[in-house]
Ligand binder design. Structure first.
Ligand code: FES
Length: 303
């Protein structure tokens, strides 16, 4: 049976939520002049104002816990957009929430690899414990639970994130303990990346306002790269390497030029590709620059 558009089941399946923005609750903290000043600070970072919309929506969430109608209006006013244009963006990305969230967002990856390794069992157990389903919030306001599509950390499956920080290789019991700690007001350290704050805190970080003391921002779990490099290690032990890429004679010169331009040293030398990239190779353009927020699924951050 197919799920209705906008229903939690449909959102979980396709990652899109066409439901309308929920009206503000009476006790929602209002957006203030300070919010507007910070929105303008974000806009000033971009050569084209509308480019600031995504971090501005995170800023709204950092104040109100979701993209409220008031927040949509503020973004539209400051950027000279219609509310429909802002709404179109806010409804496209699942990180923008259309209804008030709990203090923490717990995302359980139920995509293929995580699911076969226990992700769906974790989701089912947390759902039963908390008495909520996908995209619902516990009555005490502590937890919003959601399914997530692949969180780009398949080598650490099954993966759970809290406020987008990674808790790798979970099982039902460890996930239950994690959520119980969150409900007690604790903030267990993620496996890697930045320390846990809460949904509003990480929203402020995503808006570009640093939440962390940079000296203590990153966490490196012991042996964190182990799963990522397992294939490389096994290939090395077995003496295996990837076959050379076939080239057509007519395109070889242009391919070589393109590869050289892209910095692919092995193509420039005509040597076969190694079985995998070395650790040193991984520093070519994939690291988050120092002092900037980390990106998900890219291995441990650097202190
Ligand atoms: S399938 Fe879960 S992180 Fe990729």
């Amino acid at each position: 049976m197919s799920a209705l558009p906008g229903s939690p089941e449909a959102t979980a399946t396709v990652g899109l939520d066409s439901s309308p923005v929920q009206p503000a609750a009476a006790d929602l903290p209002p957006l203030t002049e300070q919010t507007r000043l910070e929105a303008r600070e974000i806009i000033a970072r971009y050569p084209v104002a509308r480019s600031a919309l995504l971090p501005m929506l995170h800023l709204v969430q950092s104040y109100q816990g979701y993209v409220s109608p008031e927040g949509v209006a503020l973004c539209a006013e400051e950027l000279g957009l219609t509310m429909a244009e802002v709404g179109a963006v806010a409804t496209f990305y699942t990180m923008y929430k259309r209804r008030p969230t709990g203090r923490h967002i717990v995302s359980v990856c139920t995509n293929t690899l995580c699911s076969v390794l226990g992700g769906q069992r974790i989701m089912d157990a947390l759902s039963a414990d908390l008495g909520v389903h996908h995209d619902e919030t516990t009555a005490d306001g502590s937890i919003t639970l959601e399914h997530a599509e692949c969180l780009a950390a398949c080598d650490y499956a099954p993966v759970v994130t809290v406020d987008y920080e990674f808790y790798d290789q979970q099982d039902v019991e460890s996930a239950r303990e994690l959520v119980a700690a969150l409900r007690r007001g604790e903030k267990p350290l993620p496996t890697r990346g930045a320390p846990l704050t809460d949904f509003r805190g990480i929203s402020r970080q995503l808006a570009g306002f640093n939440q962390y003391d940079d000296r203590a921002a990153a966490i490196d779990a012991p042996g964190a790269l182990g799963p990522t490099l397992a294939g490389l290690r096994l290939a090395g032990e077995r003496g295996e390497s990837a076959p050379e890429m076939p080239r057509s004679s007519s395109s070889s010169s242009s391919d070589a030029a393109a590869a050289e331009a892209a910095g692919v040293e092995s193509a420039k030398r005509g040597a076969p590709e190694p079985a995998g990239r070395s650790l040193a190779d991984q520093n070519d353009g994939t690291d988050t620059p120092a002092g900037q927020p980390g990106t998900s699924g890219q291995g441990p951050g650097k202190a």
